[in-house]
Design a protein around this ligand. Structure first.
Ligand code: GLU
Length: 656
């Protein structure tokens, strides 16, 4: 008979082991202790290659947004100010992806104190939301109706961040976005290539005033045509003048509330009230920390599943010599791709069961990342075989020190990834060494499809529409679409809808630190649940394959987002594709994987900082319109306007 292990003793033993492992770096045969060796900075370009900057760098998925961030740095702002300026500018130039009608996660590292934290601006369900609120609706009906609109968090969270850690007033930080919305910008290929006009099912076509903005007269906007958004400029001016409260009350709040009362054919209105908007608070959280090959990886914990899933995958794959071609691995080899797919399948099984909003549900954060637990989860994975039976979720509770909290409720068993195509990731570093990694979203492309706004009584003409210029999110579709029970406990699933709760996210703003705690890399991606895998791919590219930051972005990616899921691949940088070898993909098929036709996965932006030299490097993804701007830049290349030079003092924003 097998003695059953006491879960408390197991937990204490594995915790002790983790502490010992953390301290016991490898000791070489010659007695050298690698704990004290300088660790290589991942992603550094080769000597003489790649542009190094010293006083700041931004990388975004859009050139206008990068310019906004750079201008704010040049005006004396720090990385927090620049990141917030980028977020607002993106609302103007990439409105289909993110903006003030939605939310996201901002990860901040402050150089002076060495502290790293995250600001959770995730949308919340209104008080009237219920677990069964999507009942009877198709996903399309729900995701194009007010019922899917969560209480937006970006304005509150970014205002808090600028006030506490920025150097410039919010009004100054909003200037570039206001100017873009007012004066206009030349439509970029991505702005017009969005499926707004071509696709019959585009969210941009559900509501006539949205269709008119993106496809005036039913026609696509020409690349280079001037696009303005005067209502958004007005909204941003109000926020700049009156502060974030102006968004959560008064006319703008009325626009949000009236907007989310609308619905597509057969859909359902939302239940959001002024009280929901006024109750919104952004939350400062510690990052979730895992380790990989001697580096620390910090990322976004619950309500995101990002850092937990990335961390689990890294721990599971660490026992394989991923970077070593002579051992049968190396970039793009069948063995590497197979173990990547297998750790994804295994971690996504855990994600579906255990991850949700930890403010509302028990999420075994420690257990999921416990080395003994991840070793046990990794054990069935082999380089030359596909797991014959789809992995199911494990039970991390015995490895979780907080597992004996009363009234535990386990996270969801159903997961609905929903369509991708939205969201945006950007990074910013400043001359003080502060660093921001920020993923922002309105969930689907064009969110729920409607602008905040309403038709005044008696007029249904588009010209009468009182628009506030920003699209409303459909984030609540990231909850379990159908309420479910946890099979172990019979309790309600933790990713079920509940009032005030945040839907589970995949967003994974991340940073890599050396063992001295110095930040080396900031990165992240959009892409729904593939976000997790893009971050994972790039981490391996940097830490196992020794790629430069741009190579790590350009390389093809592999993604599986469910235990029984097929393998999605992309071909890498679209301008110079470097696909995985056909033979490797064929080897995956022979092992039993279904390999999908290639499609773009993610849009990764990276900043690398070399702590020895202070040099900063940026990398951006050409799967979208990735742009890096580093400072200082040649004066003749600068547009010369929008500079208030408010950089008199030397305060770096690290005031708390
Ligand atoms: N709503 C998704 C999440 O929070 C992001 C959507 C996307 O990237 O397309 O995970």
């Amino acid at each position: 008979m097998q003695a059953s292990a006491d879960p408390r003793r197991l937990a204490i033993a594995s915790c002790t082991l983790a502490i010992l492992l953390a301290w016991a770096g490898p000791v070489h045969a010659d007695g050298r202790d690698s704990r004290w060796k300088e660790q290589p900075v991942p992603g550094l370009p080769a000597k003489g290659e790649g542009q190094a900057f010293r006083t700041g760098v931004v990388a975004t998925a859009n050139p206008y947004a990068a310019e906004a961030g750079a201008q704010i740095l040049e005006s004396g702002g720090n990385a927090v100010d620049a990141a917030v300026a980028i977020a607002y500018a993106l609302n103007v130039v990439e409105p289909q992806s993110a903006g003030i009608g939605g939310g996201g996660f901002m990860m901040v590292h402050l150089a002076k104190s060495g502290r790293t934290f995250t600001i959770d601006t995730r949308e919340r369900a209104p008080a009237g939301a219920t677990p069964g609120m999507f009942s009877g609706l198709s996903f399309t009906q729900a995701s194009t109706s007010g019922i899917s609109v969560g209480v937006p968090g970006m304005v509150r969270g970014t205002a808090d961040a600028v006030q506490r850690w920025g150097r410039l007033p919010l009004a100054r930080v909003l200037k570039p976005a206001i100017r873009l919305a007012d004066d206009g910008f030349a439509a970029t290929p991505r702005f017009v290539a969005s499926p707004a006009c071509a696709s019959a099912t585009s969210r941009a076509k559900v509501y006539p005033e949205t269709a008119e903005y993106f496809c005036p007269g039913g026609l696509p906007i020409a690349v280079g045509a001037l696009v303005t958004n005067k209502p958004l400029a007005q909204t941003l001016r109000t926020i700049a003048r009156e502060g974030p409260d102006a968004f959560y009350s008064g006319e703008i709040a009325k626009g949000i509330i009236e907007g989310q009362k609308r619905m597509s054919a057969g859909g359902k209105p939302g239940t959001m009230t002024l009280a929901d908007l006024q109750a919104y608070e952004a939350t400062k959280r510690d990052p979730v920390v895992s380790s990989y090959r001697g580096y620390l990886i910090k990322g976004m914990g619950p309500p995101s599943s990002g850092a937990l899933t990335v961390g689990q995958m890294l721990k599971m794959i660490e026992r394989f010599p991923i970077g070593d071609a002579s051992a049968g691995f190396g970039f793009g080899s069948p063995a590497t791709l197979n173990v990547m797919a297998e750790v994804m399948r295994t971690a996504f099984a855990d994600r579906a069961l255990w991850m949700g909003d930890a403010d509302f549900s028990y999420v075994p954060v420690k257990g999921l990342l416990d080395p003994a637990y991840t070793a046990m989860r990794s054990e069935p994975i082999a380089p030359t075989a596909r797991l014959a039976v789809n992995p199911v979720a494990g039970d991390p509770r015995p490895y979780d020190m907080s597992a004996w909290m009363p009234a535990t409720q386990l996270a969801g068993v159903t997961s609905f990834a929903g369509p991708g195509g939205s969201t945006t990731h950007f990074v910013a570093a400043d001359k003080w060494g502060n660093l921001v990694s920020y993923t922002n979203t309105i969930e689907s492309g064009y969110g729920a499809g409607m602008f905040a706004g309403y038709y005044p009584d008696g007029c249904a003409e588009i010209s009468c529409f009182k628009s506030f210029g920003f699209l409303l999110n459909n984030e609540l579709t990231d909850f379990n679409f159908t309420p479910s029970l946890n099979p172990f406990t019979g309790e309600a699933a933790a990713n079920d809808v509940a009032p005030g709760k945040r839907p589970r996210s995949s967003m994974s703003p991340s940073m890599i630190f050396d063992r001295k705690g110095r930040p080396l890399v900031a990165y992240g991606s959009p892409g729904g649940s593939t976000i997790i895998n893009s971050v994972f791919n790039v981490t391996l590219n940097l830490l196992d394959h020794g790629m430069t930051l741009q190579q790590a972005i350009d390389a093809p990616r592999l993604s599986v987002t469910a235990a029984g899921g097929s393998v999605s691949i992309d071909t890498g940088n679209p301008l110079s594709p470097t696909p995985f070898p056909d033979a490797s993909l064929e080897a995956l098929r022979v092992l039993g994987h279904t390999v999908n036709a290639p499609a773009d996965i993610g849009s990764v932006q990276i900043v690398v900082i070399d702590p020895k030299t202070g040099k900063q490097y940026g990398g951006a993804d050409l799967r979208r319109e990735g742009t890096v701007i580093g400072l200082p830049r040649p004066r003749h290349g600068h547009r010369g306007h929008d500079r208030d030079d408010e950089d008199a003092d030397d305060d770096d924003g690290d005031d708390d």
